[in-house]
Design a protein around this ligand. Structure first.
Ligand SMILES: NC(=O)c1ccc[n+]([C@@H]2O[C@H](COP(=O)([O-])OP(=O)(O)OC[C@H]3O[C@@H](n4cnc5c(N)ncnc54)[C@H](OP(=O)(O)O)[C@@H]3O)[C@@H](O)[C@H]2O)c1
Length: 308
């Protein structure tokens, strides 16, 4: 599975070092791909597991990597979300050190939440951000700090991220998923493998002189969540309950879930896929879910995890 991703990606020039700040769900996937491409990779975590070669970096506790740990970093990716105040936590704690590095590309993972609610209309990088949530306003402020940092920054705006280990299959099998239907509502999403391979693609475009400051990284098919969930249930031969009407389900939702449902937009990926020539690994949720199921099934068989 990783092999097909590796085959479509190009390594970085000899002597390159990619530093991924935050080896969480997405950061780890990018590190795995980069490793497979024989790119030298440095990652950070707040509490690296014993034996891990990740560096310790925790902005909330003023723990930063040693000066020498970042020597020679040529490409940087920050996956670290905004903290509780307005300033970007990475720039605040590491900014001066980053500006001394021989950086050729610095990616910042942001969110399409900064576009706010378009009432289901399409939105692109050319449209002015209109965040409606406090967290999206903070995110936009962090984007602006990165863009003003003097580093060779490119902002990647992401919708909901899914992938193996972050899919609906476990909840469906456990009977814990009830779809919700709100007429006209869609969600955008991206498979984690597309973030990983788009990062490499953007690095190569940038080296070739194509470096738009902001790029949406999302699939081609915004869709209602209940359609995706029904499709996932069919893949694992499970029944799903009838969808609940949003008007009724809303009362049982967390504040965070309600905030997601309060915005409706279709995010355009033409800049990435047409102008910059990227081909999506998973152009829609059907392709992405099939990959998740394949990899999750393989992991279960390797770890001997029983499923009921
Ligand atoms: N999840 C989504 O659907 C979604 C959608 C759009 C955008 N995004 C954004 O895209 C980025 C990647 O998402 P993800 O789902 O891969 O995130 P994730 O799994 O939560 O990973 C975030 C990483 O940031 C690190 N981190 C968090 N706070 C930190 C701090 N104060 N100091 C140092 N490191 C810190 C975490 O460290 P540990 O490894 O130690 O936990 C982790 O490695 C995030 O900025 C996220 O907000 C996510």
């Amino acid at each position: 599975m990783l092999e097909s991703l590796v085959n479509r990606c190009q390594a970085l020039p000899a002597g390159s070092t990619l530093c991924i700040l935050g080896a969480g769900f997405t950061g780890r996937r990018i590190a795995t791909l980069a490793d497979a491409l024989k790119i030298r990779v440095i990652t950070t975590r707040r509490n690296p597991a014993p034996g891990s070669d990740a560096l310790r970096f925790d902005t909330a506790h003023n723990v930063v990597p040693n000066e020498s740990d970042l020597n020679g970093v040529t490409h940087l990716l920050s996956t670290i979300p905004p903290g509780s105040d307005d300033n970007d936590p990475v720039l605040q704690s590491l900014g001066p050190r980053l500006s001394q590095l021989p950086l050729r590309w610095a990616g910042y993972l942001s969110t399409t939440g900064i576009y706010g609610d378009t009432g289901g209309e399409w939105v692109s990088e050319a449209d002015p951000p209109q965040p409606t949530q406090e967290r999206s306003r903070r995110r936009l402020f962090c984007e602006q700090q990165w863009r003003n940092s003097g580093l060779p920054v490119q902002i990647l705006r992401l919708p909901g991220i899914y992938g193996p280990g972050r899919s609906p299959f476990a909840a469906i099998r456990a009977g814990q998923l009830t779809p919700v239907h709100k007429p006209g509502q869609v969600f955008c999403r991206v498979h984690v493998d597309d973030i990983a391979s788009a990062c490499l693609h953007l690095i190569h475009c940038s080296a070739a002189g194509q470096h738009p400051p902001v790029v949406n990284v999302c699939d081609h098919e915004p869709a209602p969540s209940h359609l995706l969930q029904r499709h996932a249930a069919e893949l694992v031969n499970c029944d799903l309950p009838e969808a609940r009407a949003y008007a009724e389900a809303e009362a049982d939702m967390s504040v965070m879930a309600r905030s997601f449902w309060s915005e409706n937009r279709r995010v355009n990926n033409d800049l990435l896929c047409r102008t910059l020539g990227y081909t999506m690994v998973h152009p829609n949720y059907r392709s992405g879910l099939a990959q998740c199921l394949e990899e999750e099934t393989l992991r279960e068989s390797l770890t001997g995890t029983a499923r009921d």
